[in-house]
Design a protein around this ligand. Structure first.
Ligand SMILES: Nc1nc2c(ncn2[C@@H]2O[C@H](COP(=O)(O)OP(=O)(O)OP(=O)(O)O)[C@@H](O)[C@H]2O)c(=O)[nH]1
Ligand SMILES: [Mg+2]
Length: 293
C-alpha cells in the first residue's frame, strides 16, 4: 500500500476515534447483473451489511441477489446512473466503513480485508489501484489504459495528488466522511429531459477522488487485481464517459478553488468545510457522523 495519492498539504492529521474492528458495509450498484450476482455475492466475506442498489433491472437482478444472499438489503435508485445508485446506497449505510463493490464479477471479494486494513492503519480513503505495485487487470484495453493515464495526469496536476488509477470503482472509506462528499441528493427528482444530474453517472469515482483530495484527507492506494466481467456487457462507453470524467476534473477543480476562496471569509467560529468537518485554523478535522442503525 502506498501514500502515493496523498494530496499536497493533506490536512487530516487529527484522526477521530475510529474502531479497530469496523463494521463493514458493502454497497453494490447493479443494473442487469443477475447471473453475476449469483456467483459474486456468495463469495463475499462475512460483513455487517450488503446493500444492493438496483437500477430498475429487467433480468431478475433483485431476485437473484436475494437468493444468493438472503440477508441482503435491497434498494431501488431514485434517478439514472451508477453515481445515483451509489449515493442511494451510501445514504443507507449503517456500518463504520463503506466498500464500493461492482456487481459484475470484476471486483475480487477476497481483497475487501486489504481495503479495511488500509483504513484501520490510518487511511481515510482506501483507493483501489490496478496500476500500483501488486495491482493488475484482466480487463483493461490499451485505449482505456491510455485514457485513464491521461485523466490521472489531469487530476494529479490540478489537485497535487499522485493517483495511479483514477477511473477504478473498487474503493473504501470511513462512513464518517460521507458528508464531505456532498453527493447529489437522492431525493432530488430526475431531469425532465432525461439527462443525468451531475454526479449521477460514471463520473462518480472521479468526483469522489477529487472531493477527498480537495478536502485533504489521507488517501492510500491499495493494489487491486481487476477480474473480467463474468457475464453480460459493460455499461461504460469509453469515449463519452471518458469525456465526462475530463469535465468532472475541471468542474471539481473549480469547485475546490471556490470553496478555498470562500473559507477564509467565514468567521472562525462558524467556519465549516465543504464536507461538514469543522475547522478553526484552516485545517479540516473530519467530523464523525454515523447513520443510526
Ligand atoms: N444501479 C445501477 N448500477 C449501475 C448502473 N450503471 C452501471 N451500474 C453498475 O455499476 C457497476 C459497474 O458498471 P460496469 O458496466 O461494469 O462499468 P465499469 O466496471 O466501469 O466498466 P467495465 O470495465 O467495462 O466493466 C456494475 O455493477 C453495474 O451493474 C446504473 O445506472 N444503475
Ligand atoms: Mg465493470
Amino acid at each position: 500500500m502506498s501514500d502515493a495519492a496523498r494530496s499536497r498539504g493533506a490536512r487530516s492529521e487529527t484522526k477521530p476515534d475510529r474502531p479497530s474492528d469496523p463494521r463493514i458495509s458493502v454497497v453494490v450498484p447493479a443494473l442487469n447483473e443477475a447471473r453475476n450476482l449469483a456467483v459474486v455475492l456468495p463469495e463475499l466475506p462475512e460483513v455487517h451489511e450488503v446493500i444492493l442498489v438496483d437500477g430498475g433491472s429487467l433480468d431478475g437482478t433483485v431476485a437473484a441477489a436475494r437468493q444468493a444472499l438472503p440477508g441482503i438489503k435491497v434498494l431501488t435508485q431514485t434517478r439514472r446512473g451508477k453515481g445515483n445508485a451509489l449515493a442511494v446506497g451510501f445514504a443507507a449505510v449503517t456500518g463504520d466503513v463503506v466498500v464500493m463493490f461492482d456487481a459484475d464479477g470484476s471486483a475480487d471479494p477476497a481483497e475487501i480485508p486489504r481495503f479495511v486494513e488500509a483504513l484501520v492503519a490510518g487511511a481515510d480513503f482506501a483507493k483501489g489501484s490496478r496500476f500500483c505495485a501488486g495491482g493488475g487487470s484482466a480487463d483493461i484495453t490499451p485505449v482505456r489504459r491510455a485514457g485513464n493515464a491521461f485523466l490521472n495526469g489531469v487530476v494529479n496536476h490540478g489537485f497535487g495528488t499522485r493517483f495511479s488509477d483514477l477511473c477504478y470503482g473498487y474503493n473504501a472509506f470511513w462512513t464518517d466522511l460521507l458528508p464531505m462528499l456532498d453527493l447529489p441528493d437522492p431525493a432530488i427528482p430526475g431531469r425532465a429531459d432525461g439527462r443525468m444530474l451531475w454526479g449521477d453517472g460514471f463520473e462518480i469515482e472521479t468526483l469522489i477522488n477529487c472531493r477527498f483530495a480537495a478536502a485533504g484527507v489521507r488517501i492510500t492506494e491499495v493494489p487491486s487485481v481487476e477480474r473480467l466481467r463474468i457475464y453480460g456487457d459493460s455499461n461504460l462507453h469509453a469515449v463519452s464517459d471518458g469525456l465526462r470524467v475530463l469535465r468532472t476534473a475541471g468542474a471539481e477543480r473549480r469547485r475546490a478553488r471556490t470553496l478555498q476562496e470562500l473559507r477564509p471569509r467565514l468567521p472562525l467560529a462558524t467556519r465549516t468545510d465543504a464536507a461538514g468537518g469543522s475547522s478553526t485554523d484552516g485545517r479540516v478535522a473530519p467530523r464523525r457522523v454515523r447513520v443510526a442503525s
